[in-house]
Design a protein around this ligand. Sequence first.
Ligand SMILES: *Cc1c(COP(=O)(O)O)cnc(C)c1O
Length: 371
Amino acid sequence: MEFIPVNTPSLTGSEEKYLADCIRTGWISSEGPAIREFEQKFAAKIGRRCGIAVSNGTAALEIAVRALNLGPGDEVILPTFTIISCAAAVVKEGAIPVVVDADPVTWNMDVTRLAEKITAQTRAIMPVHIYGLPVDMDPIIELARRYNLKIIEDAAEAHGQTYKGKPCGTFGDLSIFSFYPNKLITTGEGGMLVTDDEALAERCRSLRNLCFQPQRRFIHEELGWNYRITNLQAALGLAQLEQWNSFIQRKRKMGRLYTELLTGVEGIQLSLEKTDHADNIYWVFGLVVDEKLGSAKTIMDRLAQNQIGTRPFFYPMHRQPVFQKMGLFSGLSCPVAERIAEQGFYLPSGLGLTEDQIVYVTDCLKQVLKS
Ligand SMILES: *Cc1c(COP(=O)(O)O)cnc(C)c1O
């Protein structure tokens, strides 16, 4: 049995052809024509006016925080159960991350605990759609309206997903996506900000490109980053965009097969099939193991011995050593996120995975859980 990686991308469309076009024409840098095309097509796919492609999703978050002028003294509310990029983007700009525990069923931010986090310093909320299931947006939108807060929507795990029929990526003043190889579509490395606000989009474009000025190129009024994307990456993105619908169908099919094969197995909680507002798009297929069966770590080790790659769940932000050392989140307890971080992991979920592999993975998992 060959090792089954936790992710294998699918690159069987026009990827090779479009990349070859870049080489043939010499357009390989961030000046190439594929970038605007990718931005426009991606924004249109999500249903937003502007797209700003960047070097990765983390960069998109950093640009979003700066573009919305969040800085020292400003509080930004976000889930504790997410990737470091979210809290890091806030902290790096000198703003203060305020975290909310996870919901034990959806693993998303527990929106019933949101209102209690709002203070006179709160300026923004950063909702994150976790593992392909959208966070309950209505309470977030309602609080943002009432307290005049910005929304930075992290949809890096929710390409093609909807909330109450409206696409994820349409809820933020700025919304961001990632095109890392384990995301629904990939550009190797890459990310995108989307917005309907042309002025905000222009500011993001400037921050992406060192804040060069159009009139006097080497005179800078502000510091930005080089977070540009290359034409090669955008070309890959265009090829991947063409496969958008089939990728979504495949993810859902894989999720349904995992669910079918694992339903009824004692002591595990599976990625939720649906909520009142969405059907899971199964960006990854996760599970949380009952303590009486051992920790996630022991089960993941056993699966690895059977040639199966897995990934642990996120480690909560309030427990991160780097933030503890900064004096952030001291004494804070978020029991749900702490538990699912300890007991949760996800199974191979890449688009390159076959049905036979899913059957093998679930057979092994059942064996491991029994022993
Ligand atoms: C992947 C991911 C990011 C970061 O994207 P990169 O392109 O890897 O920098 C941000 N937020 C979430 C929720 C992600 O899953």
